[in-house]
Write a new protein. Structure first.
Length: 291
């Protein structure tokens, strides 16, 4: 997990540079006061905190709440009390597993992974959260068929406990072309078949629109076909994983409408690296997705 976050933070260091943190926050809050978002309530808006690493969590919570965002992704247990203080939820918790390259496709890690997730499940329930992120791991020469067998075996061990605590494990779809070379769960059909074979509603996919645009495109058709197995969404502009406005190739309003049409009631989390003022770009992204 840390390798991905660290790498992306490094890519975004220049983009995230601010005149001053105070100026950025003040600008965003002033905009919020002038143009209060009239959100339609059809999309549950969330955001990934790692994209805004220079903004302290408490300040970030205040700013995003003004925008109508109600969830923050990819925070660990130590951060959860801060979210509660501001009436926010952790829309995609982390805090278990070994990170992106070392996941459930490696049977040698199953005992360790099972113990790690069984330890986080009761903490999630106590905090009032019902999801946790997980990963397939990298191929390292393994075939996709063998990797799927291994993922199914490892995840099946966790389903009784996940069901007991009401937690859904969410395996992220990532691209193996640009950002996460060798990652196995890199196509929607592979992830959906894995979920089907595990045979529980407590395993689903994190459909990252940016990653899947790179790997396979045909975003709306794949969402419609596999929505039964999708439990969370991330955004990001392609190419570059920057703003989701007219500067990139994905038309987010149509994708959001397709998500709504499937009956999805979960969160859509912004996960792009801002090239301009971060909080202004975030507010614009929320309005773009609020169809």
């Amino acid at each position: 997990m840390n390798s991905r976050r660290t790498a992306l933070k490094t890519l975004g260091t220049t983009a995230l540079a601010l005149p001053t943190l105070t100026d950025s926050l003040a600008h965003a809050m002033t905009q919020s006061e002038q143009i209060a978002p009239q959100l339609k309530g059809r999309i549950n808006h969330a955001v990934c905190k790692w994209c805004y690493s220079k903004i302290p969590l408490e300040d970030f919570c205040k700013a995003v709440k003004e925008m109508g965002i109600t969830g923050i992704d990819l925070l660990s247990p130590n951060d959860w009390p801060v979210l509660k203080k501001y009436g926010l939820t952790c829309s995609m918790p982390q805090g278990a597993g070994k990170g992106i390259p070392d996941g459930f496709n490696n049977p040698k890690l199953h005992d360790e992974l099972v113990a790690s997730y069984e330890a986080i499940f009761p903490k999630l329930k106590e905090a009032g959260f019902n999801k946790v992120i997980c990963f397939s791991g990298n191929r390292r020469g393994m075939s996709d068929a063998e990797g799927m067998d291994n993922c199914v075996t490892g995840l099946k061990r966790l389903m009784p406990s996940a069901e007991k605590y009401g937690v859904t494990m969410i395996m992220e779809l990532l691209n193996s072309k640009v950002d996460h070379k060798d990652y196995m769960c890199d196509h929607t059909a592979w992830g959906a078949e894995m979920c089907k074979r595990v045979g529980s509603d407590n395993i689903k996919l994190l459909y990252d629109i940016y990653h899947m645009q790179i790997m396979e495109g045909d975003i709306i058709r794949n969402i419609r076909e596999h929505n039964k197995y999708i439990g969370h969404y991330h955004t990001g502009g392609n190419p570059g994983r920057n703003e989701i406005d007219q500067s990139q190739e994905i038309y987010y309003p149509a994708i959001m409408q397709a998500i709504i049409d499937t009956g999805y009631k979960g969160f859509v989390a912004q996960e792009f690296i801002p090239k301009r003022d971060p909080l202004t770009s975030l507010k614009e992204a929320v309005l773009i997705c609020d169809v």
